[in-house]
Design a protein around this ligand. Structure first.
Ligand code: 26Q
Length: 813
């Protein structure tokens, strides 16, 4: 397959051909069609490398990794491929023929929002790095018809709108119905003796659903590698319909298609709480079974004894952890496999690796045994057998320790017994990792302590990262240009080279610092325009931009941020404004639709914002906005424009964080707790370039049971004044007591997030940030040092570690 020519004239011709001959549109049509025509034109230029890459991976004996994730938060693709293929310049020129700027075309692409937040975006960054490193890794996920909901604000409250992102088609995907898989649900099991006299099981009378794959190309950075993200879409089988059809119930039989096709209808917009919904378990099994069967289809009739040498599955949290039982099922029951238990178990344990993304106990997945029995009866039998053999080992190692056996069992006993998915993942894997040093350490000391005692060698850390292609080169093109001018090309795929910037900060090179500041100011103007358009609030780009964007959750403590904002407002009202630093506070993020407290927090932020922004006595000293509908593309405008990055979770609660890394890479300075990857960020950049505050994780743990929030209020007049103002209904004048629930929660001795314990320390850290800001030269140097020290937070580093320690793949580039 010859490569297509990529001069601007060739591109322009192709765009026109797609527009007129394929899409049936003409010049002057809606911009979206120009985007589609351009996307097809670019996709054509990926195809031959995509095929070559696939062929290299398909050779026998090539060890491959399969990333299993319920979420991929991809965002836009066009700009990413243009950067990776080095097509930005010719395309920019080509679209001039259509009297439109490339940016305007790019702006019509909807975000592929197939994820909630950190975990989903991490999966997308990982795929980018795998392709760039030339590693044979395939992403497997679900092609949700509806992605992450859109958020708009009505009267200060979050309102959710469905995200029908596929409505106008998805030009990047290629449907491959020839690789459709059958997925079983329901039915019952039958046990029999096979011709060799061995006990066997069959799973019968099932209701089957079809899994149809759609492939999305994942291009590497300028290396001619194109990996694959394979997304499964659910479809009803013909048999599914036929049964009822023949019984004469045509309408019912067509209607019953819905039940099957519902499986991939919508992403669960829940980023922490499990809710035990049957449809969610269906999604998890659907992804897992389709993906494992797809790997076996490709494996063909190669000997199973070599399967584990050539395949590794990385489980993105417990969401696909049913893979442990499903792989066992396929190896035991499949007529063309039929392994003995021990052989199947040996393969399974050598193929699976599990990543944990949270320490919050409420986020640990557990499924009711009765639901399992109904939906996946054969898998439940296998889980019971795994558990019986596992607990026998535990009893042998710790004779008589019945409490330990109860604690470690894959089944939590009780009136409604539950399957503990994290334990299934640990028992069935050869590797278990956390996502930042502190998090991995806490896993071995807390949540997974018993398992760590049994298998210390399984546990390891892989600190998260972010891809510098999207989060620096694409998001901050002007800074990227300055970097290249200063330290040369090559940092995009070798981010450690940013270290070379340090002398420019240390020497205080005036010219360089001026350009640094001009670029940041330009980025802040761009963000200010967006804020004005979306909220009507005017941000002055010379102010300090103070930004917290992430999912709304009590542990992330957006409330602490609000308390600081109210404290600043109190200072202005009392005339305490000497040497004032003008500040624009931006908070953004989605609340899970069922998380009432998170929704109240959004309402509080909006009410505080409208009082402060509407108070003429405040003026430019303080502006506050809640930015609606935060997502991947918004972050590309936000992170290059932030001066202060708010990373203020209760210590020990944020597994890693990745937004913190995007901000740092773009030269923001972090105000943060000693939590997650913040710790490693501070180690890399130095304490003097980071505003640290708050209790440490062990102090939080030590305070539990003795926490007395009232004592902080009594001993801190600033805090007392903030609470007073909140309680006076100053921000809820037309709805008295609206925020009673929130106020009570932070005043409660049982507040797990201990917000008031960190108030004073946070206010002081904010004051240090202001002191640093007053010396703009000093601030710019800190900013440069943050960017220069961010090399370790590239997912290229993270993925290299996954590969060195877990996957052990050979790079093919
Ligand atoms: C589980 C069951 C049912 C429905 C939904 C879920 C569910 C979905 C998504 C549970 C959790 C998530 C997402 C978790 C997540 O994003 N965790 C974040 O992962 C990041 C990447 O490792 C870390 O940086 C963050 O610290 C962590 O909060």
């Amino acid at each position: 397959m010859p490569a297509l020519p990529s001069g601007s004239n060739d591109l322009s011709e192709d765009i026109r051909r797609y527009l007129e001959y394929h899409l049936g549109r003409f010049l002057g049509c809606d911009r979206f069609y120009l985007y589609e025509a351009l996307a097809y034109t670019v996709r054509d230029r990926i195809m031959s490398e995509w095929r070559n890459t696939w062929c290299m991976y398909k050779r026998d004996g090539v060890r491959r990794s399969h990333y299993l994730s319920l979420e991929y938060l991809i965002g836009r693709s066009l700009g990413n491929h243009l950067l990776n293929l080095d097509l930005e310049e010719p395309v920019d020129k080509a679209v001039k023929d259509f009297a439109i700027a490339l940016e305007e075309i790019e702006d019509t692409e909807p975000d592929a929002g197939l994820g909630n937040g950190g975990l989903g975006r991490l999966a997308a960054c990982f795929l980018d790095s795998c392709a760039t490193l030339g590693l044979p890794v395939t992403g497997y996920g679900l092609r949700y018809e509806y992605g992450m909901f859109h958020q708009h604000i009505e009267n200060g409250y979050q309102v959710e709108d469905p995200d029908h992102w596929l409505r106008d088609g998805h030009p990047w995907e290629v449907e491959r119905p020839e690789y459709t898989q059958f997925i079983k649900f329901g039915g019952r099991t039958e046990h029999f003796t096979d011709l060799q006299g061995r006990p066997r099981a069959r799973w019968i009378d099932t209701e089957d659903v079809l899994a149809v794959p759609y492939d999305v190309p994942v291009s590497g950075y300028r290396n001619n590698i194109v990996n694959t993200l394979r997304l499964w879409s659910a479809s009803a089988t013909d048999a599914f319909n036929l049964h009822e059809f023949n019984a004469g119930d045509y309408a019912d039989s067509v209607a019953s298609k819905n039940e099957a096709e519902n499986i991939t209808m919508v992403l669960y917009p829940n980023d922490a709480n499990e809710n035990g919904k049957e449809l969610r378990l269906r999604q998890q099994y659907f992804l897992t079974s389709a993906s494992l069967q797809d790997v076996f289809r490709q494996w063909g009739d190669q000997p199973l004894t070599q399967f584990a040498e050539c395949n590794v599955f990385q489980l993105n949290d417990t969401h696909p952890s049913i893979a442990v039982a499903e792989l066992m099922r396929l190896l035991l029951d499949d007529p063309d496999k039929r392994l003995e238990w021990n052989d199947a178990w040996e393969i399974t344990r050598n193929c699976m690796a599990y990543t944990n993304h949270t320490l919050l106990p409420e986020a640990l997945e557990r499924w009711p045994v009765r639901l399992f029995a109904q939906l996946l009866p054969r898998l439940l039998e296998i889980i019971y057998e795994i558990n019986a053999r596992f607990l026998a080992d535990v009893r042998q190692r710790w004779p008589g320790d019945t409490d330990r056996v109860r604690r470690m069992s894959l089944i939590e006993e009780g009136p409604d017994p539950q399957v503990r998915m994290a334990y299934l993942a640990i028992v069935g894997s050869f590797s278990v990792n956390g996502v930042a040093a502190l998090h991995s350490d806490l896993l071995t000391k807390g949540l997974f302590k018993d398992f760590y005692e049994l298998w210390p060698e399984k546990f390891n850390n892989k600190t998260n990262g972010v891809t510098p292609r999207r989060w620096l080169a694409m998001s901050n093109p002007q800074l990227a240009e300055l970097l290249t001018e200063t330290i040369g090309d090559g940092w995009q795929a070798d981010l450690g080279r940013l270290e070379k910037l340090k002398p420019w900060a240390d020497d205080g090179d005036k010219n360089f610092m001026k350009r640094w500041q001009e670029i940041r100011l330009h980025n802040k103007r761009r963000l200010a325009d967006m804020v004005l358009a979306l909220t009507g609030v005017r941000f002055d780009p010379s102010s300090l931009f103070d930004i917290q964007v992430k999912r709304i959750h009590e542990y992330k403590r957006q409330l602490l941020n609000v308390l600081h904002v109210i404290h600043l407002y109190n200072r202005i009202r009392s005339g305490d404004t000497e040497n004032w630093v003008n500040r624009c506070v931006l908070i953004g993020g989605k609340a899970a639709p069922g998380y009432q407290r998170a929704k109240e927090i959004i309402k509080l932020i909006n009410n505080v914002a409208s009082v402060i922004n509407g108070d003429p006595a405040v003026g430019d000293r303080l502006k506050v906005v809640f930015l609606p509908n935060y997502g991947v593309t918004k972050m590309m405008y936000i992170c290059p424009a932030a001066d202060l990055s708010e990373q203020i979770s209760t210590a020990g609660k944020e597994a890693s964080g990745t937004g913190n890394m995007k901000f740092m890479m773009n030269g923001s300075i972090t105000i943060g707790t000693y939590d997650g990857a913040n710790i490693e960020i501070m180690d890399a950049v130095g304490e003097e370039n980071f505003f640290l505050f708050g209790l440490k994780a062990e102090e939080v743990a030590g305070l539990r049971g003795r926490y007395n929030p009232q004592s902080y209020i009594d001993s801190d007049p600033d805090l007392a004044a903030v609470i007073d103002l909140l309680e006076s209904d100053h921000f809820s004048a037309i709805e008295p007591c609206l925020f009673r629930g929130i106020i009570d929660s932070i005043k409660s001795p049982h507040d797990p997030w201990m917000t008031l314990a960190d108030f004073r320390s946070y206010i002081d850290a904010q004051a240090s940030a202001e002191a640093a800001w007053r010396d703009q030269d000093q601030w710019v140097r800190m900013s440069i040092r943050n960017c220069a020290s961010s090399g370790g937070f590239s997912t290229d580093r993270t993925i290299s570690e996954y590969n060195d320690d877990i996957w052990k793949l050979k790079a093919l580039s």
